[in-house]
Design a protein around this ligand. Structure first.
Ligand SMILES: O=c1[nH]cnc2c1c(-c1ccccc1)cn2-c1ccc(Br)cc1
Length: 456
């Protein structure tokens, strides 16, 4: 069997070899060369931090290093220097409060400096500037600041006049804000926060397609019910717009599980397309009983196209609609398919070392890397964002990639996320984090146990 590298040498023409070498060295498009700044705009309780955190998590997962710079957090450190009550008093946000304006301008300046440092250091590709930025003058300063540093600016304005949505934000998030913690009751905090919004309304200048014609921006209206998109430039802005049009706030749960134990698992062999063992079949039945007990009515099942996954979902397909996704198939181990870990250590010692050194980027010869799997899972993640209650029956490497997205884990930690057989993960996305419960089934005692943990 000709080693893969030799194949590549003979197959590529000189021109192609030069192009491949160049692109491997210089990156493929402006997503690497030009740094992007995403600027949030909107009154308080319009979901700016919600969008910032969620978008940051998505861009990091697709490989664009991104960080949120929240000016409120800078103000709170600034305010602690003088008077912690600053944020807990709506009059702090009055346009007539000179001292407060100084503190707020100082916090914005320090956040902008840190943002540029993050991008200039080459550490980051995208910075998200999470602040109200509600006046044209404030936004003009930001554009000038970014232009001077060759940074491309994209504005995301969240406008919302739906009282139900604002109410859910204030009760969900604001009353637990550090501004109010231990300072006043939830009722008082809510009232103060509504006053804070009134203060901002006095100066709010929404983005305008005529007055702001030269800017690149998207107006998100009523939590994604409608959008106005203007002058989108480049890869990062295009992926951002696409993401925002696919997310929603409706509460739902996502269930993830591997297939039941297969004949290959029992022989410690990787890959392949083996059927379930008796223990694996018991898990399939237990899974069906679990969802009958949960009384889930609107659940959709997504399953990989491997026999062991299809057999696991078999028991459930009479209850719920089932779709088979090739994108959910296990990582392709290439020339290592069907081998045991010992076989691989003996036959391919060098590959085993490479894999240990950088498990995320390591690609099995004639197979895939975790990075390749993340790329083929992007459409699955996007469809998960669009859907309601989903159960995905898939494989260890695949579930690691999906969990890394919802848990906001760094990519180098992704290949080490614990995903044992016969365990079912229930994810419930919240405003700024994801609740997670793990249910474990023991096929020998045929009992379920639960370990609930709320991830940061
Ligand atoms: O309050 C809000 N007003 C307006 N838009 C909002 C929220 C929230 C929100 C709601 C509850 C808690 C935390 C954040 C999310 N989005 C939102 C914004 C854009 C998209 Br695309 C989807 C949701």
């Amino acid at each position: 069997q000709t080693p893969v590298r030799e194949l590549r040498e003979t197959k590529l023409s000189d021109t192609t070899k030069r192009m491949v070498a160049h692109s491997e060295e210089h990156g493929f498009s402006d997503q690497v060369r030009i740094s992007n700044v995403i600027v949030m705009v909107g009154l308080p309780a319009r979901g700016k931090t919600y969008i910032s955190k969620k978008l940051c998590r998505y861009l990091n997962w697709i490989g664009l290093k991104t960080k949120v710079f929240n000016v409120g957090e800078y103000r709170r450190t600034e305010a602690n220097a003088t008077d912690a009550l600053h944020g807990a008093n709506a009059s702090f946000f009055s346009p007539d409060n000179e001292e407060a304006l100084r503190v707020r301008a100082e916090s914005a300046r320090r956040a902008m400096e840190d943002m540029v440092r993050y991008l200039d250091s080459g550490q980051g590709h995208v910075a998200i500037f999470d602040a109200t930025n509600t006046t044209r003058e404030r936004r003009k300063k930001l554009v000038e600041f970014c232009e001077a540093k060759r940074l491309r600016c994209f504005f995301i304005e969240s406008v919302c006049d739906d009282p139900k949505i604002i109410e859910s934000n204030v009760t969900d998030v604001k009353v637990n804000s550090p501004d109010y913690k231990g300072v006043m009751t939830a009722e008082q905090a809510k009232e103060d926060f509504m006053n804070r919004i009134e203060q901002y309304k006095r100066q709010y200048e929404p983005l305008d397609e005529v007055a702001d014609d030269e800017l690149s921006f998207i107006k998100v209206i009523n939590a994604g019910r409608s959008f106005y998109v203007h002058n989108v430039i480049g890869h990062v802005q295009s992926r951002t717009v696409y993401f925002l049009t696919n997310i929603h706030l409706l509460p739902r749960s996502i269930f993830l599980t591997r297939h039941g134990e297969s004949e290959y698992n029992a022989m410690n062999r990787i890959g392949g397309d083996a059927p379930l063992t008796e223990r694996g079949r018991r898990y399939a039945v237990a899974l069906r009983d679990f969802f009958i007990l949960q009384k889930f009515t609107d659940l959709k099942i997504w399953c990989s196209q491997k026999i062991r996954a299809a057999q696991t979902a078999e028991e459930l397909k009479s209850l719920f609609s089932t779709e088979y996704w090739k994108a959910l198939d296990e990582i392709d181990a290439g020339i290592c398919e069907g081998l045991t870990y010992d076989d691989i250590l003996q036959r391919y010692p060098n590959q085993s070392d490479d894999r240990e050194r950088d498990k995320y980027h390591f690609r099995y010869p004639s197979g895939e890397s975790y990075e390749d799997v993340v790329s083929r899972l992007e459409p699955v993640i996007m469809e998960l964002e669009r859907q309601g209650n989903i159960l995905a029956v898939s494989h260890q490497a695949i579930i690691r990639c999906i969990l890394a997205y919802f848990y906001d884990r760094p990519l180098n930690e992704l290949p080490y996320i614990d995903v044992p057989l016969h365990s079912l993960v229930k994810l419930t996305p919240r405003a700024y984090h994801c609740d997670s419960t793990v249910y474990k089934f023991d096929p020998d005692t045929q009992t379920w146990s639960e370990e609930s943990k709320q991830l940061p």
